[in-house]
Design a binder for this molecule. Sequence first.
Ligand SMILES: CC(C)(COP(=O)(O)OP(=O)(O)OC[C@H]1O[C@@H](n2cnc3c(N)ncnc32)[C@H](O)[C@@H]1OP(=O)(O)O)[C@@H](O)C(=O)NCCC(=O)NCCS
Length: 328
Amino acid sequence: MYRAKISGTGSYLPEKILTNFDLEKLVETNNQWIVERTGIRERHIAAPDQATSDMALIASQNALAMAGLAPADIDLIIVATTSPDYPMPSTAAVLQDKLGARSVCSFDLSAACSGFVYGTSIANQFIRTGVYKNILIVGAETLSRIINWKDRETCILFGDGAGAIILSRASDQDQSTILSEHLYADGALNHLLDIPGGGSRLPFSQKVLDENLQLVRMKGREIFKNAVRTLASCCGEALETNKLTVDEIDWVVPHQANARILEALAKLIHLPMSKMIMNVDKTANTSAATIPIALDQAVRDGRIQRGQLVMLAAFGAGLTSGSILLKF
Ligand SMILES: CC(C)(COP(=O)(O)OP(=O)(O)OC[C@H]1O[C@@H](n2cnc3c(N)ncnc32)[C@H](O)[C@@H]1OP(=O)(O)O)[C@@H](O)C(=O)NCCC(=O)NCCS
């Protein structure tokens, strides 16, 4: 078996920033309420001509540059997204073409906010078994196109952006490796966070559009409780599997849904907030993109260093969840 290492990270956030004060003009809300309940102050919004693959492309190019690789070196492309360019073809296939990559296996992965952790885990299997050497995993979302801008309970929470990593076969000298992966889904709780219309269950119709069923719906309180519980359980399981204590972990890079969820998580697992990578104040929840964006920012500003122990922890619709413990 081979080992996998993250050889490059990249991210992209669209230029336009929508602040809480801007939102005050759209729905009945206020900056103080949003900051107190979520920690979010602003979010990035894609330009009208930008779609998910456009942001994924820039994040991928940045990750490739850090890894010192060319598009032709990529053996597999996975794009985790809930807001693809089209229902068909996959955003991964669109990205493969835009990048100028070879004709390689390219697919989208639907696991909502846990998609990036799912994708990294899948990629790790291909590296370990020696099938592929360099894999591009992207989390990219244009959530601004699938949220209801009239629903103040959801529209304040989300933003657009993309993050990417290159997972490569590690050499014998590399200390980097993925130590464990734990992935879950609890479909019995699907109704807490969903987009009911626009699929085969309820195809597009005037009724779907009139009732905004093609947009995100959420039961915020229940999601909050489940997020804290499952994130803590995934982190605890990763520590137990690796016989590590929380003190031995250098960084936790969690799904950036809400600062209060992350504070509650830190408390439950006894992690000092200084070890939690958080950017939700500036990016809001970009679903599958939050973890690779936060990871890239922390790698580029020097917080995350080679050899450190890093925990990725995700939670999202489905209700999917998961953790990856890795030595960076
Ligand atoms: C959405 C969330 C911020 C709401 O916070 P909360 O403390 O649970 O608030 P509630 O839903 O109980 O609402 C409290 C009040 O604020 C109001 N309210 C809701 N959204 C508001 C907004 N944007 N601005 C002002 N008031 C708002 C509600 O209508 C309610 O008013 P009422 O008491 O008169 O009925 C919180 O539940 C949350 O963060 N949940 C997790 C969401 C998430 O992360 N989803 C993605 C997971 S991947």
